[in-house]
Design a protein around this ligand. Structure first.
Ligand code: SF4
Length: 334
């Protein structure tokens, strides 16, 4: 889990000036065995930074990443990555192109258990390939990454992540660079891994339809902050934050799982203005420059997290003002 994690980056300009990028602020998320949490947001919302914090590729500026109730920092990186694996968006860049699939998996298997013999590692590699539906596994062992389709490569990447026996998989837009025709299959694979193997999954996406298809809970990020979360059906059917409402409305068709491009998805959103800079984010509620409900208070004070029951929460002053019903009644795309 992540508890109030914040990550600021200092970027230095050519003339010696510097600026702080507030990539993630006070983000908390809990992952549990057999459940999928989706983190939804547009690019620049901080969701990739969050995945990297949870994978310990970055250390938080403040806050803490915890595993099994203890600080992640108490474990070595190697021990941590036995339990937590990150899958990147780009299956092309994730595999070593000069090595055959067997070699790509072999390395992970050796790291996992140094006592395994070469024959045992080969047997396990076949097993791993078959777990991700590359069957028969033997047929894929000697192939190079360039001989595989994008979907097959991403399956190999997942097989390699599984090689170390993790409990948690973090998928950073794992289907967005794949052909539309195979995205659904990949989501079904993630779903099977959590159901049959009890993995905890974090699924990061810009596409609310794919989140709805595969996840149990959803968290919405905007401008580096988590602004709403809860059970997916509730959040999507009854958004408790104007930005979530905008996201749901901008999704062309909730049944078009995995086929919505970023451009299409944020077409309507662009009419309301660009997402804010993370260098100088707006004061108060970061969504206020785009929000049709913005009140005076929203411009100066950041809204606290309002607990709405049933695992729902949102950060929006409308809840305090007793005006939450207006969110559901609103429409952004007149
Ligand atoms: Fe809009 Fe104010 Fe709610 Fe922010 S806090 S989403 S500006 S109403």
């Amino acid at each position: 889990s992540a508890v109030d994690v914040t990550k600021h980056f200092v970027v230095r300009g050519a003339v010696g000036d510097s600026a702080v990028v507030r990539a993630v602020e006070d983000a908390s998320v809990d992952l549990h065995a057999g459940r999928i949490v989706a983190v939804v947001g547009e690019s620049g919302s901080g969701k990739t930074t969050l995945a990297r914090l949870l994978a310990r590729f970055y250390e938080p500026t403040s806050g803490e990443v915890r595993i099994e109730g203890a600080p992640a920092s108490a474990r070595s990186q190697r021990a941590y990555h036995q339990d937590v694996q990150l899958i990147f968006q780009d299956p092309f860049g994730s595999l070593n192109p000069v090595h055959r699939v067997r070699h790509n998996l072999d390395r992970a298997l050796r790291i996992h258990d140094r006592r395994l013999s070469a024959a045992e590692r080969r047997r396990r590699a076949v097993e791993l390939l078959e777990r991700v539906s590359l069957t028969p596994g033997e047929d894929f062992l000697e192939k190079f990454p360039h001989e595989l389709s994008g979907g097959q490569r991403q399956r190999v990447v997942i097989a390699r992540a599984l090689a170390v026996g993790p409990k948690v998989l973090l998928g950073d837009e794992p289907i967005s660079m794949l052909d539309v025709s195979i995205r659904l299959e990949m989501l079904n694979l993630l779903d099977r891994l959590r159901r049959e193997e009890g993995l905890a999954l974090l699924y990061i996406t810009h596409d609310i339809a794919s989140a709805r298809y595969v996840c149990d809970d959803v968290v919405v990020m905007y401008a580096g902050q988590m602004i709403e979360g809860g059970p997916k059906d509730d959040v999507i059917a009854r958004p408790a934050h104007p930005y979530t409402k905008l996201l749901v409305e901008s999704s062309p068709d909730p049944d078009r799982v995995g086929t919505v491009s970023r451009e299409e998805l944020f077409d309507d959103a662009e009419a309301l203005g660009e997402p804010p800079s993370l260098i100088e984010p707006p004061a108060g509620c970061r969504f206020h420059p785009r929000c049709p409900f913005a009140m005076e208070r929203c411009r100066v004070e950041a809204p606290p997290r309002a607990e709405l029951g049933g695992g729902r929460w949102a950060r929006c002053w409308l809840h305090e003002a007793g005006r939450a019903d207006e969110i559901g009644a609103s429409t952004f795309s007149q």
